[in-house]
Ligand binder design. Structure first.
Ligand code: GDP
Length: 418
């Protein structure tokens, strides 16, 4: 039973791919930010010098624009997370699957608690959970699950609205690693599928379709994912055939039913949607019991044993863990690509543009130095020329004075003789 200890909690969790990449890219932007700040100080200093014609106003503005851009990227980066959205018909067990993955009864599940809006669960640094409704900034306390159900029942804003549940990160490793869970109202009870997709699906890294293994894949479920795959190229979709514990009560048909579900799910993913090929599709379909997993994990957290599980429980539990592992791998790799690729590109552009500004300043400085050198050279040449002229004039003068002296001497001696 303790083998059920949530392996997401170990450092080998594939979610670490995202966690480490986020840290690394954050460190890089930290460096870029310092570099940009240093450059800004330098460029502003140059502009203030009394003959600050080395930098143009445009260059000063460009550098301070980079500071704002880097700050903006850092802000988005801090909020970047891995988002998984759950869909399926009412009562197939969406809330139960999320609770099972989180290892706690966070979302109200069960008859009478039909979710009539989107619910997002995300990690928060605070020690007490709270919720914030769409369009509001007010934190509502939700220490009791009943309170949360009550708060949600009062939501009259429509089924496309979102209520965000901020759950203490300290209570759940998945939330600590940055996974955000989105639960949806049943796809059978809405007419706002397009609005749902626009508002809540376009930034999802992974979609989980929670089916009821007691029935076949319905057109309403298929139709929704057809719409999603028209908007997103190759969305990552996992199919959970939930309530598999119920099927266990009829073991004689178990293999046959499983085969049939598998065939239809695989056909849907690869032939109809074309999002994966045949061999990958089989790795996207799991036969599970969310209710059992949640029961087991709640008991584990209290250190109590669970009893009364239906036949085949451990293999269903194992299959749920297998789903979690593959889900974690998929979401963390996808989120790295979809989120950080863009940041990396923008970071590179900023570094290149910054370099261009600096080399243009360097060019101005070089040409100014060359101009000064030329000026000096001309001055030297002129001086040299003047010196030579002086020398020549001096020589002529000397000669002339020589003649004059001789002439004077001659005249004096003539006068004396006379
Ligand atoms: P949602 O409307 O899709 O969010 O479904 P819920 O999670 O609220 O589940 C509806 C009901 O089905 C609840 O009473 C759950 O306890 C029950 N349920 C959910 N998962 C399972 C399962 O795997 N096996 C069984 N037997 N019951 C389940």
């Amino acid at each position: 039973a303790t083998a059920s200890a949530n392996f997401a909690a170990t450092s080998t969790s594939p979610l670490q791919i995202f966690v480490r990449a986020k840290k690394k890219i954050n460190d890089i932007f930290q460096e870029i930010e310092e570099y940009v700040a240093e450059t800004a100080t330098f460029v502003e200093g140059l502009a203030k010098e009394k003959d600050g014609h080395l930098v143009t106003e445009k260059e000063v503005a460009a550098v301070s624009g980079f500071s704002a851009k880097v700050a903006g990227i850092k802000e988005v980066l801090a909020r970047d997370h891995m988002k998984v959205a759950f869909f399926g018909r009412t009562s197939n067990g969406k809330s139960s699957v999320i609770n099972a993955m989180l290892g706690d009864k966070i979302l109200p599940a069960g008859i009478g608690h039909t979710t009539n809006c989107f619910l997002q669960v995300e990690g928060d640094d605070s020690l007490e959970p709270f919720l914030i409704a769409e369009g509001s900034t007010e934190r509502q306390s939700v220490s009791e699950i009943g309170q949360l159900a009550h708060a949600l029942c009062n939501n009259r804003l429509g089924d496309s609205t979102m209520v965000k549940i901020h759950w203490p990160k300290t209570r759940c490793q998945l939330l600590r690693d940055g996974v955000v869970f989105v639960d949806s109202p049943g796809i059978d009870v809405t007419e706002s599928l397009d609005e749902w997709i626009d508002k809540h699906c376009l930034d999802a890294d992974v979609f989980v379709l929670v089916c009821n293994a007691e029935s076949t894949l319905m057109n309403t479920e298929k139709n929704f994912f057809h719409k999603v795959s028209q908007r997103l190229s190759k969305p990552n979709i996992f199919i959970l055939q939930n309530r598999w514990d119920v099927a266990a009560s009829e073991p004689e048909y178990l293999n046959e039913v499983r085969k049939q579900h598998m065939e239809r799910s695989v056909e849907f993913l690869c032939s109809e949607l074309g999002v994966v090929d045949q061999s990958q599709a089989e790795q996207r379909v799991f036969f599970v019991s969310a209710k059992e997993v949640l029961q087991q994990r709640l008991a584990d957290s209290k250190g109590q044993p669970v009893t009364g599980m239906a036949e085949g429980f451990s293999s269903r539990y194992f299959e749920f863990q297998d789903f979690e592992r593959k889900f974690e791998e998929c979401i963390s790799k996808t989120a790295v690509v979809t989120k950080f690729d863009q940041h990396a590109l923008r970071g590179k552009t900023i570094a290149n543009e910054l370099q261009e500004v600096l080399s243009s300043i360097q060019q101005s400085a070089t040409s100014e130095r060359d101009a000064k050198c030329n000026e000096q050279r001309t001055l030297k040449q002129r001086l040299h020329h003047t010196e030579r002229e002086l020398d020549a004039v001096t020589a002529i003068m000397k000669e002339k004075i020589g003649y004059m002296v001789e002439d004077v001497e001659r005249k004096v001696s003539t006068a004396l003789n006379e």
